[in-house]
Design a protein around this ligand. Structure first.
Ligand code: ADP
Ligand code: MG
Length: 210
């Protein structure tokens, strides 16, 4: 089982739809500990990506992911925009010229994506950011692959770890981004970026794992 270029496009479309559906929810999460724009930001970025779908549909996976990154960079402001842009640009660098990916190649791409976000944002695990969903997710994906899991199983375990990481942000005190300005008052709220990151990996599991 491999991830074909068309699967990448289907993932991006499904994610854009999910973000549109969850726009208010993500913005409500950001209202509690930020500036109430995460859903609006992500939706703006992924609607801009959707406008390029025809152009993307003839490209290889690396080119698609790089275009997504550049589109997010030019349409999404704030902290989240450049971080998601980095995610896709780094994944694109590892998939240059490829029309399909094995599980091992997806592990390599996701690892580079998550490392890129970490390098750019300098957040550690437990700082109450998207890193709290992404790092456990790549670790679970790597472990699954090493244990010989199927693509479906590996993607499910990856999404499950992201979900657990997202939920684990609730009691945390934010140490990065706008939410950190609230100090102790940021505790008791789920991080919006960790939530949108979980959605990204859950969508991959739903779309590629069926
Ligand atoms: P802004 O905070 O500029 O309004 P968004 O609301 O779009 O941008 O995104 C906020 C999300 O960005 C947070 O919930 C958090 O997950 C993520 N974030 C903020 N700063 C960092 C960072 N330094 N590293 C990783 N993620 C971060
Ligand atoms: Mg915000």
């Amino acid at each position: 089982m491999k991830i074909h270029r068309d699967d990448i496009l289907a993932w991006l479309k499904a994610y854009a739809n999910l973000i549109a559906e969850k726009k208010e929810f993500l913005t409500d999460l950001d209202a509690a500990i930020g500036d109430a724009d995460h859903g609006i930001n992500m939706n703006r970025g992924f609607q801009a990506v959707m406008k390029k779908v025809d152009e993307l549909s003839t490209q290889n996976i690396g080119a698609i992911l790089k275009t997504v990154g550049m589109t997010l960079l030019s349409t999404v402001g704030g902290a989240g925009g450049p971080l998601y842009a980095t995610f896709f640009l780094q994944a694109g660098m590892k998939t240059t010229g490829k029309m399909e990916l094995t599980l091992a190649e997806w592990v390599t791409a996701l690892d580079a994506a998550v490392n890129g976000v970490q390098m750019r944002g300098k957040a550690e695990l437990g700082d109450k950011t998207m890193i709290d969903a992404l790092v456990p997710a790549i670790q679970a994906l790597q472990t699954a692959q090493e244990n010989g899991a199927s693509l479906q199983e590996a993607l499910q375990q990856c999404a499950h770890a992201a979900e657990e990481g997202m939920k684990a942000t609730i009691p945390l005190v934010a140490r990065k981004g706008r939410a950190s300005y609230l100090g102790e008052r940021s505790a008791g709220h789920q991080d919006p970026g960790a939530t949108s990151s979980y959605y990204l990996l859950q969508t991959a599991a739903d779309i590629w794992g069926s």
